[in-house]
Design a binder for this molecule. Structure first.
Ligand code: SAH
Length: 218
């Protein structure tokens, strides 16, 4: 069941209000959520749930994170780096977060290991009129050295530890937001690299993401 165009707009408006109630007060982040039609990143049968604050399946046993979780990550990143130049995203998935990022930085570089997901994203973003992104079918553990350094690195899949490639590719003054395994669960880790290249990391939330897996598929 699909909502009508107006119903989607209304639902998106409500979602932005809910994010505000949950403490998201960065206006650029809120505006990005307002700009990007989340229902276009979800299969038609599930589109009526597109603006609920829930995790939704995107095929290939992967999920689109809850909007509040994505908003939290983006807000933390922008608190450190208000106007990022290059952003590296690990796990394009549906492309929804990639689309949000196109509104928040100069250019997004997004890596996805599953070919079937990777292939859908280009058209989705172009349909929305976005051009400031580059996509790669590859193993995100390697980052994307060619376009480094990145002022923000954001991961949508949980790694066992911080990959050295990401540390190397993070710009001085940059910030990385990534879920990481911790004991039996996961934590959201914020890693900041100062201008001398020293790293500072802290846990800023708990987390529940799909695993970051090595190699590429398809
Ligand atoms: N941000 C995405 C959420 C995708 S879920 C969205 O808005 O839809 C996490 C994604 O990370 C999945 O698509 C999964 O295939 C991908 N992933 C997991 N390990 C990866 C790796 N090593 N490199 C690249 N992508 C990876």
């Amino acid at each position: 069941m699909a909502l009508s165009r107006d119903a989607n707009t209304e639902a998106r408006h409500r979602l932005v209000g809910q994010l505000q109630e949950q403490g998201i007060d960065n206006l650029r982040v809120l505006d990005a959520f307002w700009q990007v039609p989340r229902h276009q990143f979800i299969e038609p049968a599930l589109q009526f749930r597109a603006y609920e604050d829930v995790t939704l399946p995107i095929g290939f046993q992967q999920t689109l994170s809850r909007p509040s979780v994505v908003a939290f990550q983006l807000q933390r990143a922008l608190a450190r780096v208000p106007t990022p130049r290059f952003v590296l995203e690990i796990g394009s998935g549906s492309g929804y977060q990639t689309a949000l990022l196109t509104h928040l930085c100069l250019r997004v570089y997004s890596v996805e290991r599953i070919a079937g997901l990777h292939q859908q994203v280009d058209e989705r973003l172009r349909r929305l009129g976005q051009r400031n992104f580059r996509l790669r079918h590859g193993d995100g553990f390697e980052g994307w050295a060619q376009h480094a350094p990145y002022s923000v690195i954001i991961a949508a899949a949980c790694a066992p530890d911080v990959p050295q490639a990401w540390i190397d590719q993070l710009a001085p003054g940059g910030v990385m937001l990534m879920p990481v395994e911790q004991g039996q669960g996961q934590a959201m880790l914020e890693v900041h690299k100062d201008l001398e290249g020293n790293l500072n990391s802290m846990i800023v939330n708990d987390a529940s993401f799909v695993p970051c897996l090595p190699g590429k598929v398809g």
